[in-house]
Design a protein around this ligand. Structure first.
Ligand SMILES: Nc1nc2c(ncn2[C@@H]2O[C@H](COP(=O)(O)OP(=O)(O)OP(=O)(O)O)[C@@H](O)[C@H]2O)c(=O)[nH]1
Ligand SMILES: [Mg+2]
Length: 1122
């Protein structure tokens, strides 16, 4: 098939029924880019000889060097089947975990996916992840089992063994989809039951069978099976691939069997009974060759045997004759047998043909977008689809129709921004000139030359007549200077514009045109608000009032994405993937674009990996700081997952998903975006601070008595009294910390309690939900009514129930109801508990039982007390950075047990009573009154005195501020009154290794404090899969070390998994005889936690308690003796 012309593609873009938007997904190195090469070669864009070697879609230099894909890139291909012409918008994605955000951006734009699985390695961790991602985005997958040649050449399987192995892989893949499917059916059933229940409760108890739903739903289409036509077996490297349809058709002709029958029996436990000329069931039991082995695999095996293993010329001739394939003499004489093999296979079983045909027949076109998917895309956060404004709901039809009508609304989603060299843009590129243009230019040049000659002649004549300092001459020179300046300016501007950002996007409705004006809907845009603020039937080109999160912009240019190249287009109709220029100032990473303000922003992308590795960056030469800042801004825009921030300390910090990702970001920064030398710090490793239950035994396993606890508390008291008079701070023996504000008007008592581990986990995993809960509560407090979807409410109720079941026991009685806030940032894994007597705040869970709050309990009792917010803020600050090394807290519950607040105006009132000006001075009496009404404390005589003393209280600042500070301090002291621990971030890492290098892998893991979770052998292979956890702090250079030590035979995939308490106490010092004996006086050799803590403190410029001179006396003695 020839290279499709641009006109052809433009033509094809107009017929959405024949468009397929798809991406290639797989675990790292399973052969996505190689397969993409084969498909690209089928369009003549690269030669078929280069396919598999070129890795055309890996256009970056580092991708080529490292051999892994780092950015997803798209290409449009043409495929013809019968008289039907298809347009395929293909996106190749990376498989390395560090770049899984690139997968999310690709999946969002597609309707289908090719999932590639390595025939040797089978289902790997990323395979599961991508299948899940496809599932979450409702896109349909097809399967390619790749690298079958490895079964022949590397594992030396017989066809029979290979068949058994392939069956197993198929089972594994289907097991993953099966789990996804079952859980979603269960969810739907549960929802249905809930909905029904309302109407049915009157009719008495109903019993529901959970499995019933599963049996009713037809799930055959979601599984992969060769007879369904959604599986291709391939070797992308050798250029062959087939689906069983191909063989079914071929053999049905030869053997005279109905192709339908063959199709059903070619994969499965069937065999050919030669005598009876019948296909029978039960090959395994009878020890017969299954049809698949006999008719398919045997042929391939014998081809490899003849061509590659034996290189038997005669046999090859025979095979060629039987396959009816002709090869060029050059290929058959080539010294590398793989060349001949590829030449044969590309004619006999061309992989592109098999894959493209499957894609066109099995994947949906943009016209078949599921209504369910549209609703999911359109409903953001807590909102549900049917609460969206009517005009917004109507847009669902636009999605479903995928119409390119003139009056269809334009809806486009931008999933990422990518940078291209401005010079490489088609409009800036030099293109070959046509004959006419060449002639035209020649004519122009000739004219110019003639003019110049004439001018010179005049000049020489003139010079003879005039003196040198001719005013005209000076003027001319001045003009010249004038011309120079804009030139210089232009140049510097051009330098700035070296990178242009192109939006990677898909049109869901309407036609996108060059020069069109459109609305940009930021993720937080609310169509209800937009519609109410804007006039009806407005368009983006009108002058409009400002609406939050909505902006307007011109589409400067649009492109067809062709891998490394871009092609300029005038317009792109609905259903296509495209690149858009001109949005870099209005879109940071992703956004929705529309011509109607009724369009909602799409749901945010699901990112699987969270950025965790952070480094501080600075330019080698301090004067280049502005360039670095600009470069970092560009990098932030160009990468979906990288985060760039400036810390309070002034450091410029880059946060990435892993080491490989970090390296790529640094390279990009150096070579493209900042173009300066930079230096990056050692990765900054995040820690968390927590408290634990007091240990029962000491470091040498001796029983601990009470004295240690007391010692700890003593220490806190001492520390506490450093900064402030101990009069305001009191710590009792149970760890309850009581603190009074400097103006002595407010007192808080706080206790820190460790949360059970599973609660911390739950909080950590539910942060999105907690944030939603917080939003809901906020709007309830403001009196706004938010329509919350049933699903969200259920999720909140379930979360509450889970918390209740986890927080059992006397200590936690009623705790869930008393939760005041979560922190830090209002959604973190720490809890503030309200243990105050007589203060009934509105419950955090009020959205679950909105009817009662206003009813019987009475609004009176559930009032929010004045300065409630200050307490929460103090708690947020305390949990954001702990006392150990200013890292966030985790798994700590602060229970606030006393909160007295004296009315701040009483002393003033005393003083100002007579003059009566105070009320005016305060500008109204609302606030002081409400404090009065909630006053709890008694009126002792000393109280009055204290109040008198506190008259100049104003010098301490506003009460709310003091209360925040006091609450924060109280929490910190309460934290210190408990045994404190550091928590380390942990990676889970999966390593595939062969038996001979397994020992070395364990060696490296052991050295880096890794813990092996389990090890298993992949069935039928020599490969072991080791799963381990490893502290992030020890992970830098780990992948490289493993690769080096095993000569590249094992490579780990690391993903952030959880936080783990480091068991050793950083503050521990030996106190008993035994401990001295065991650890020596210094006891610093083994304290890993202390090392980590001090490293963090040093980095942050905090005080580190270290002895610089260790044994001063000895040194002196030595010199004396000399
Ligand atoms: N033996 C064999 N090797 C293959 C086959 N397909 C790909 N490979 C090799 O596998 C390696 C990885 O191939 P890629 O195509 O880069 O894999 P990928 O899935 O794109 O990798 P990432 O993009 O990094 O996730 C390369 O060395 C290929 O030559 C195949 O069919 N058989
Ligand atoms: Mg790749």
């Amino acid at each position: 098939m020839g290279h499709p012309s641009l006109d052809r593609i433009i033509e094809l873009q107009k017929n959405p029924a024949n468009i397929r938007n798809l991406c290639i997904l797989a675990h790292v190195d399973h052969g996505k880019t190689t397969l993409a090469d084969c498909l690209v070669a089928s369009n003549g864009i690269i030669s078929s000889r280069q396919a598999g070697k070129l890795r055309y879609l890996d256009s970056r230099e580092d991708e080529q060097i490292r051999g892994i894909t780092m950015k997803s890139s798209a290409i449009s291909l043409h495929y013809q089947e019968g008289d039907k012409n298809f347009l395929l918008n293909l996106i190749d994605s990376p498989g390395h975990v560090d770049f899984s955000s690139e997968v999310s951006t690709a999946v969002r734009l597609c309707d289908g996916a090719i999932v590639v699985v390595d025939a040797v390695e089978g289902v790997c961790p990323q395979t599961q992840v991508v299948l899940r991602q496809a599932w979450l985005e409702n896109i349909r997958p097809v399967l390619v089992i790749n690298k079958i040649d490895r079964l022949i050449m590397e594992l030396k399987f017989t066809p029979q063994e290979a068949y058994a192995h392939l069956q197993k892989i198929m089972e594994q893949v289907n097991a993953v989809t099966g789990t996804l499917f079952t859980s979603s059916v269960m969810e739907e059933q549960a929802e249905k039951i809930k909905e029904d229940q309302g109407s049915e409760t009157q009719h008495g108890e109903q019993v529901y069978d959970w499995s019933a739903g599963l049996e009713e739903v037809d799930d055959s289409h979601i599984y992969f099976s060769p007879d369904q036509g959604n599986v291709v077996f391939a070797s992308a490297l050798d250029g062959w691939g087939f689906s069983i349809q191909h063989f079914a058709l071929m053999y049905s002709e030869r053997m005279g069997i109905n192709p339908e029958v063959l199709l059903k029996t070619l994969w499965g436990d069937f065999y050919l009974n030669a005598k009876a000329k019948k296909i029978m069931k039960g090959a395994q039991v009878k020890g017969k060759k299954p049809l698949f082995v006999q008719l398919v695999l045997d042929n391939i095996w014998s081809l490899y045997d003849a061509v590659v293993t034996r290189r038997d010329k005669e046999k090859v001739e025979k095979v060629l004759a039987s396959l009816d394939v002709k090869v060029m003499a050059r290929d058959s004489r080539h010294s590398d047998p793989k060349v001949l093999l590829s030449a044969i296979c590309s004619q006999w079983l061309p992989v592109s043909q098999a894959v493209l045909s499957m894609v066109c027949n099995k994947l949906p076109s943009p016209l078949h977008i599921a209504a369910e998917r549209v609703e999911k895309l359109m409903s953001v956060g807590v909102r549900r689809f049917d609460t969206l404004p009517e005009r917004t709901q109507e847009l669902k039809n636009a999605f479903l129709q995928c119409s390119s009508n003139e009056n269809a609304p334009v809806i486009v989603f931008v999933s990422k921004m990518f940078a291209v060299d401005t010079k490489a843009l088609p409009e800036n590129k030099q293109r070959p000139l046509t004959q006419e243009e060449i002639a035209q230019r020649r004519e122009l040049a000739r004219q110019r030359h003639a003019e110049r000659m004439a001018a010179e002649q005049i000049a020489t004549v003139g010079q003879q007549n005039h003196s040198v300092n001719n005013p005209v001459d000076i003027q001319a020179r001045g003009q010249y200077k004038d011309e120079m300046e804009p030139q210089v300016l232009k140049e510097s501007k051009a330098e700035e514009q070296i990178e242009t950002f192109i939006a990677f996007a898909r049109v869901y409705s309407g036609v996108v045109k060059k020069g069109q004006r459109i609305f940009i809907l930021a993720p937080k845009y609310d169509p209800a608000q937009g519609l109410s603020m804007l006039p009806e039937q407005c368009s983006p080109s009108d002058s409009l009032p400002e609406v939050p999160h909505l902006s307007c912009c011109f589409i400067e240019n649009i492109y067809l994405l062709m891998g490394r190249e871009l092609e300029e287009l005038e317009e792109v109709p609905s259903g296509n993937v495209l690149g858009i220029k001109g949005l870099e100032d209005v879109i940071l990473k992703s956004a929705t674009i529309s011509t109607t303000p009724a369009c909602p922003p799409f749901t945010p992308l699901n990112f699987e990996a969270s950025p965790i590795v952070r480094v501080a960056i600075e330019p080698k030469h301090p004067s280049e700081m502005p360039k670095l800042v600009r470069g970092m801004r560009l990098l932030n825009q160009a990468d979906p997952c990288a985060e760039v921030l400036i810390q309070e300390t002034g450091e410029h910090v880059l946060v990435t998903a892993g080491e490989v990702h970090l390296q790529r970001c640094l390279d990009d920064l150096k070579d493209r975006f900042a173009k300066i030398e930079i230096s990056a710090s050692e990765p900054i490793i995040p820690f968390r601070e927590t408290v634990v239950r007091p240990p029962k035994v000491d470091m040498v396993n001796e029983d601990l008595g009470k004295q240690q606890k007391v010692a700890v508390i003593h220490q806190v008291k001492e520390e506490g009294s450093h900064g402030r008079s101990s009069e305001t701070l009191h710590v009792d023996s149970s760890g309850l910390v009581t603190l009074t504000t400097p103006n002595k008007l407010a007192t808080v008592s706080v206790r820190a309690i460790p949360l059970p581990q599973e609660v911390t986990c739950l909080l950590e995993n539910s942060s999105a939900l907690i944030r939603t809960l917080e939003q809901v509560n906020m709007s309830l407090r403001e009196g706004r009514n938010l329509d919350i979807s049933v699903k969200t409410l259920e999720a909140i109720a379930e979360f509450k129930a889970q918390l209740e079941s986890m927080l059992q026991g006397r200590k936690w009685r009623n705790a869930v109801e008393q939760i005041w806030a979560f922190g830090p940032r209002r959604c973190g894994p720490n809890i503030l508990l309200n243990k105050l007597e007589g203060y009934h705040r509105p419950s955090l869970w009020q959205c679950l039982c909105r009817e009662d709050t206003s009813g019987k309990d009475g609004a009176q009792a559930k009032m929010i007390r004045e300065f409630d917010n200050s307490i929460v803020s103090g708690f947020q600050l305390a949990t954001l950075s702990g006392p150990m090394c200013e890292e966030p807290l985790m798994g700590v519950c602060f229970s606030i047990e006393r909160w007295d607040l004296q009315s701040s105006n009483s002393p003033h009132q005393n003083a100002f009573e007579e003059s009566g000006t105070f009320q005016e001075a305060l500008g109204g009496s609302k606030a002081p009154e409400s404090i009065n009404s909630l006053e709890v404390t008694s009126t002792e005589p000393s109280q009055a005195k204290r109040c008198q003393e506190a008259t100049p209280a104003d010098c301490y600042g506003p009460v709310s501020g003091q209360l925040i500070a006091a609450m924060k301090e109280a929490c910190r002291h309460a934290f210190q009154a408990q045994p404190q621990r550091l928590m380390a971030a942990m990676y889970t890492c999966e390593i595939m290794a062969t038996a001979e290098v397994l020992g070395r892998v364990y060696g490296v893991l052991g050295k880096r404090e890794g813990r092996i979770l389990h090890e298993e052998m992949k069935e039928g292979t020599e490969i072991f899969i080791v799963k381990a956890v490893l502290p992030v702090a020890e992970s830098f250079g780990f992948a490289d070390e493993i690769r080096k030590r095993t000569s590249g035979l094992a490579s780990p995939q690391m993903v952030f998994s959880h936080w783990e308490v480091i068991s050793s106490d950083p503050y521990w010092v030996p106190t008993t005889e035994e401990e001295y004996l065991h650890f020596g006086e210094k006891a610093d050799s083994t304290n890993q936690a202390l090392k980590y803590m001090n490293a963090v403190r040093r980095r942050k410029g905090l005080y580190v308690e270290e002895k610089i001179v260790e044994h001063a006396e000895k040194q002196r003695t030595l010199s004396k003796n000399k």
